[in-house]
Design a binder for this molecule. Structure first.
Ligand code: SAH
Length: 464
């Protein structure tokens, strides 16, 4: 549970800032359960929003390997403390506020207001002094209570959970960003895979405060699960941001004409962006009239495809209705004109079944999808795509398992991955598909290659 209160007047403006009507109960779907936002108090003088989390322990376990069969995977602290799951809930429930947007009270969203944030059960193996050293430099007054594990058994020592209250005059967006980074940093049992995407989040949400924080090194290390390669990546990117800020400041000071000024460093792309970029290069080269994106997810690739001229018919398909709703928003399909709606369509379907809507396309993209399918089901998928839908060209990507060594990580990159192949295994599969269905293919690595482990992802282009 996380409680956010204000005494700014009228305090009920907190509802506008969080985009949640204080009179209602709000429920937000998250992959591991459900989050709720309720307002236990909402009057002129004081208003409190409570973010509650209901973790579905069965959903958590699904698709996980590791300690399968052990009771701790069902019975654990995850739903009861402000863990990395609570951070995901925070992001989902307060996404607009986290981005600093507020249509109804735009000025207030930029203004420091009296805030009180209470986290009654904060996991922290490092004790109260660590929590102080993290929040005090950010201008909060920190009140932290650590109780004995059980007063009846003093020998058991102190509880690893703290009851934390932060008070300060803070911009709400800044406070949410602080929590977004510091809660997972304090949680030593983070549930997600550590990759470049986490670096992006750290750099984006840490902008403006992390860089000068006296505990910067500690925050980065623990947020990134102690992965040295990622910490290095984050430091480089923060340096890029710093450099561009420096250039801006120098420009302003000396009033140099922008043309003469040194250009700001290019922002680094995430692996997923690099992968999509490479797929789009292929699409531009192939010049298709029609394109089908299978397992389109939330539409990130389609967002790039719509920018390619000459592709008159674009269809995205996914088995997840939730993802399709997000794709619809990302592609701004709801308020689009008839022509755009004609050009871009989203369909709900499964790659396990023959589907006539998938037939007759020039190019079909399948980006980071096959590894989400159970291996024995791949045979059905192969027929659906290569025998029945039969696009002229298929562009398909999947992770290169061998590269995981670079991440100093064993296991798979994502909770939902059913398998990950080495380049040799991928090549053998491509060969077998090519032989059986009459497609030529070529393979390339995507992302910066390691000299022994290859690239993070592999991409194959099949041509009928
Ligand atoms: N291609 C997207 C999303 C990759 S995540 C991107 O590049 O961003 C994998 C996606 O495959 C998820 O959205 C998942 O819902 C979808 N998926 C998994 N199994 C599927 C199936 N059997 N049929 C259709 N889509 C499937």
């Amino acid at each position: 549970m996380i409680l956010i209160s204000t005494t700014h007047k009228p305090a009920t403006d907190l509802g506008y800032l969080l985009h949640k009507n204080p009179e209602r109960t709000h429920s937000v779907d998250v992959s591991f359960g459900q989050a709720f936002v309720v307002f236990p108090e909402a009057n002129e003088d004081r208003c409190t929003a409570a973010l509650l989390l209901e973790v579905d322990s069965v959903a958590l376990v699904r698709g996980k390997r590791g300690d399968r069969g052990s009771l701790s995977q069902y019975v654990n602290d995850r739903g009861y403390c402000a863990s990395s799951y609570a951070t995901v809930a925070l992001r989902s429930a307060f996404a607009t506020a986290l981005n600093g947007r507020c249509k109804e009270r735009p000025d207030l969203a930029q203004q420091a207001i009296p805030l009180e944030i209470r986290i009654p059960v904060l996991p922290c193996a490092w004790g109260p002094s660590k929590v102080r050293s993290l929040f005090e430099p950010l201008g909060y007054e920190v009140d932290v209570i650590q109780k004995e594990l059980d007063p009846e058994f003093p020998d058991w020592g102190m509880s690893p959970y703290l009851d934390l209250t932060l008070r300060g005059q803070v911009v709400l967006q800044h406070a949410l960003r602080h929590l977004y980074i510091l809660l997972p940093a304090l949680d030593s049992k983070k549930h997600y895979y550590m990759g470049s995407e986490e670096v992006q989040k750290l750099v984006a949400k840490g902008e403006g405060w992390l860089d000068t924080h006296p505990e910067r090194g500690w925050i980065m290390r623990t947020y990134l699960g102690g992965n040295r390669t990622l910490v290095q990546e984050a430091l480089e990117q923060l340096a890029n941001v710093e450099e561009s800020l420096l250039v801006e400041a120098q420009e302003a000071e000396s009033e140099v004409a922008p043309d003469d000024a040194k250009p700001a460093a290019e922002p680094k792309l995430s692996l997923h962006q690099v992968r999509h970029g490479r797929v789009i290069e292929w699409v531009r080269k192939l010049k298709p009239k029609s394109l089908l994106d299978l397992g389109c997810g939330d539409g990130k690739l389609l967002r790039e495809v719509v920018k390619v001229p000459g592709v008159d018919r674009i269809v995205g398909m996914d088995v997840s209705y939730f993802s399709l709703e997000r794709a619809q928003r990302r592609l701004r399909l709801e308020d689009a004109g008839a022509r755009y709606k004609d050009r871009v369509q989203l369909i709900h379907g499964s790659l396990m079944y023959r589907d006539r809507r998938l037939e007759g396309f020039d190019v079909c993209t399948i980006v980071e999808v096959i590894e989400h399918m159970d291996l024995p089901r791949l045979a059905a998928f192969e027929r659906v795509v290569f025998e029945y839908a039969r696009p002229k060209t298929v562009i398909l990507t999947t992770p290169n398992r061998t590269y995981n060594a670079v991440y100093e990580f064993d296991g798979m990159r994502h909770d939902d991955h059913r398998f990950e192949w080495s380049t040799e295994e991928f090549e053998a599969w491509c060969q077998s598909v090519g032989d059986r269905f009459g497609y030529q293919f070529e393979i390339e690595g995507v992302g910066p290659a390691h000299e022994s482990y290859g690239s993070p992802s592999n991409l194959a282009v099949f041509t009928a």
